[in-house]
Design a protein around this ligand. Sequence first.
Ligand code: NDP
Length: 290
Amino acid sequence: MSGTIIDGIAIGKVIREEIKERVDLLKEKGCVPGLAVIVVGDDQASHTYVRNKQKSSVEVGMKSELIKLPATVTEAELLEHITKLNEDDSINGILVQLPLPNHIDENLVIRAIDPKKDVDGFHPENVGKMIIGQRAFLSCTPYGIIKLLERTNTEIKGKHAVIVGRSNIVGKPMGQLLLQRDATVTYCHSKTEDLASFTKQADILIVAIGRTKFITAEHVKEGAVVIDVGMNRDENGKLCGDVDFESVKGKAGAITPVPGGVGPMTITMLLKNTLHSAEQACIAKNGSEQ
Ligand code: NDP
C-alpha cells in the first residue's frame, strides 16, 4: 500500500489564487505590493531561484524589482542598496538571495533589512518574535510546511514531530512552529547517535539535511507523515530529496515528493509574507478604514 502523495504544486496554486485576490483588493485601494530581490554574483542556481521568485510575484499581480550586483560588489555598496529599498514606499518585501560571496557578512546584511520588509523571515527580530509566539514574518520553508500540514488536515497537536536538520532557516524554526501547534518536538542533527531510533518514533518526520535519499524505509514508522525538504541532484543530475521516495512511500501514511512538494510552498509563502507587509503598509497609508 502506498501513502498519499502530498501535492505541493496543487496546494501552492490554491494559496496563490487566494493571494492574487487579496492583491487585487489592495490595488483597488491604490496599493501595489512590491517585492525587491537582490542577487549577487553569477551563481546559476541563485539566478534560477530568483527568476522563479520574480515570475511568481508578477503572476499574482505584484510589482517585482530585480537588482543584480557583481560578485565584486562591496559590503558597503550592498548595504546602500538595502537602505534605499528600506526607504522606498513602493517596496514591501526585500529579499537578498543567499549565499553571498565570502567577503560579505551575511548576518550584517540580514540585519540591515527593515524587519517590516523582511519577507524571508531571517531578521533576528522576526526570529525572536516567532519564538515567543508574537506576530512575525515566518521563514518561508517551515511556514510552507505548516500550510501543507494544515491543508492536508494533518493532526499536529499531541503528535511527535521529529526534525532532522537544525539550520537557522529550516530545521530550527520548523520545530518552533510545530511546538506552538502543540506537537512534541525532537531535533536530530549530524551528531545524533542512532538517528533511526528517533526518526522511527515520528508521527511527523521532517527531513532537511541536504543528503541525497538518506532517509529510507528503515528510518520511518508505518503511517508517518514524511516531509522532504531536501533539494539535491542524484548521480544522473536529476532533482531529488533527502528521502528515498521509492522506498519510503509504501510505508508512510503521506509523503511529499521532490520536486513538487515543499519547493512550490516556499515561494508561495514568500508571496504571502509580501502580501502581509503590503497590507500593513496600505493600512498605514490610507488609514484604518481599510
Ligand atoms: P544546512 O546545510 O544549513 O543544514 C543541514 C542540517 O542537516 C544541519 O543541521 C546538519 O547537522 C544536518 N545533517 C547533515 N547531515 C546529517 C546527517 N547525516 N544526519 C543528521 N543530520 C544531518 O541545510 P539547509 O537546512 O539550508 O537545507 C537542507 C536541505 O533542504 C538542502 O538540500 C537544501 O537544498 C534544501 N532546502 C530546500 C528548500 C525548499 O524550498 N525546498 C529551502 C531550503 C533548503 P549539523 O547542524 O550537526 O551540521
